[in-house]
Design a protein around this ligand. Structure first.
Ligand SMILES: Cc1ncc(COP(=O)(O)O)c(C=O)c1O
Length: 394
């Protein structure tokens, strides 16, 4: 008889040669349980997606309630659905006036696709500038603006007129001209291991974009919904984007994304041609109620106010001769080791010891720490103890 691992490997498409093979039974709060009932403290949160913990009752009640009413009834935008307009309204109430109107998608990468199309419609131009080390998703538009050649070279030709420049390099911003439709930027580069955009760099970027009427598309797919200690990452900076992309933690574990801009900008997708962006399931009512519950929970409990203290606690506890530094902000932390060959080993050892950690796409000397925002100080201490005692073993 085939084992579960054989079935998984044979019938489910594999994109990574060495998956962890953790067999999931259930997940509650900051813990995941395997099929042998072994309990793991989760410092990954589905790669920043489970912002308020696993099986949070606030979300599951909202989802169950919506399941009893209706699920999919129509393609995006045709019918008036309370989960969608309530979420759009609450987002607008928590964003600057220029970011008033949301288009809901199924994922982050689809939000990026929509934002790139919108920038073309607003500007009438096609050039998109992106940064080395950036990750915006894996579809062909998003791949065209990925700042890593290894992952894109086999998929060429990609979109024309996409130009890579250097992150945090003010001189590089001279490439922004009147031909540019948009610059796409992360406030914290996720794939590169949580590299933060410098404030003076963002100010200069903003200045250049205003000078040439270029749209700033900000990818807040990982930083949104409180992860950096503010509801949105750009609130840590002096600039406001023209188009904001959010996803991941926005759904509290359910699939949803959004690109958000002014009503006037969004209106460009309504005419000539109409149906400027189409999706069947984007803004699914179940995902929208999950996202609404997540946002309300974060605001009601002022979760973002505790993030700074939790970041400080992590940085205070994670001191070890094998740790070079801790990068990142809020609960987006990257543990940089002196010996980059040890990252796999430490993730493996910690998993055996009941703690889940994870990797970065473009940075193999760092380890990802992105627990649910609801993690307690006791749980942080417990997880850090596991990391330290396993660092002693390597
Ligand atoms: C910064 C950033 N942008 C875009 C994406 C793509 O989002 P999704 O995987 O939901 O398509 C991700 C996903 O990891 C991300 O971290």
């Amino acid at each position: 008889m085939s084992s579960v691992v054989d079935i998984y490997k044979k019938y489910q498409a594999q994109t990574f040669p060495y998956p962890s093979l953790l067999k999931i039974k259930k997940a509650i709060g900051c813990y995941i349980f395997d099929t042998n009932n072994k309990k793991y403290l989760d410092f990954v949160a589905g790669v920043s997606a489970n912002s308020i913990g696993h099986s949070n009752k606030y979300i599951t009640d909202a989802v169950k309630d919506q399941l009893d009413k209706y699920t999919h009834v129509m393609v995006y935008g045709e019918y008036i659905q309370k989960p969608q307009y309530e979420l759009a309204k609450l987002l607008s109430e928590n964003l600057p006036k220029s970011l008033s109107t949301s288009y809901f998608t199924n994922s982050g990468t689809e939000a990026i696709e929509g934002a790139m199309k919108l920038a073309k419609r607003i500007s009438g131009r096609s050039e998109i500038i992106y940064f080395k080390g950036s990750y915006h998703g894996s579809t062909q538009g998003a791949l065209s603006v990925m700042g890593n050649e290894y992952y894109k070279s086999k998929y060429r030709p990609l979109l024309p007129n996409c130009k890579q420049i250097i992150f945090n390099d003010i001189k590089s911003l001279e490439n922004i001209t009147k031909k540019t439709a948009a610059v796409i930027v992360e406030t914290i580069q996720g794939g590169s291991g949580f590299k933060i955009a410098n404030e003076d760099f963002l100010i200069e970027l903003n200045k250049k974009c205003k000078q040439f009427n270029v749209q700033i598309i900000m990818d807040e797919i990982q930083t949104c919904y409180g992860r950096t200690g503010k509801l949105f990452g750009f609130e840590n900076s002096p600039i406001v984007p023209d188009i904001l992309c959010i996803a991941k933690g926005m759904g509290g574990g359910f699939p949803i994304g959004a690109f958000i801009s002014s009503w006037e900008n969004m209106n460009k997708l309504t005419f000539a041609p109409k149906l400027g962006h189409i999706t069947t399931f984007g803004g699914h009512p179940i995902s929208c109620v999950a996202s609404l519950a997540t946002l309300k929970f974060i605001i009601k409990n002022k979760l973002y106010e505790e993030i700074n203290e939790k970041e400080i606690l992590f940085k205070k506890l994670l001191v070890h001769k094998k740790i070079k530094k801790i990068r990142g902000k809020g609960l987006m932390l990257a543990l940089d080791l002196f010996d980059n060959k040890s990252t796999n080993k430490i993730v493996e050892l910690c998993m055996d010891d009941g703690l889940l950690l994870f990797f970065f796409l473009f940075n193999n000397s760092s380890i990802r720490i992105t627990p649910p925002l609801t993690i307690s100080k006791e749980e942080i201490k417990k997880g850090c103890e596991i990391i330290l005692r396993n660092l002693d073993k390597i």
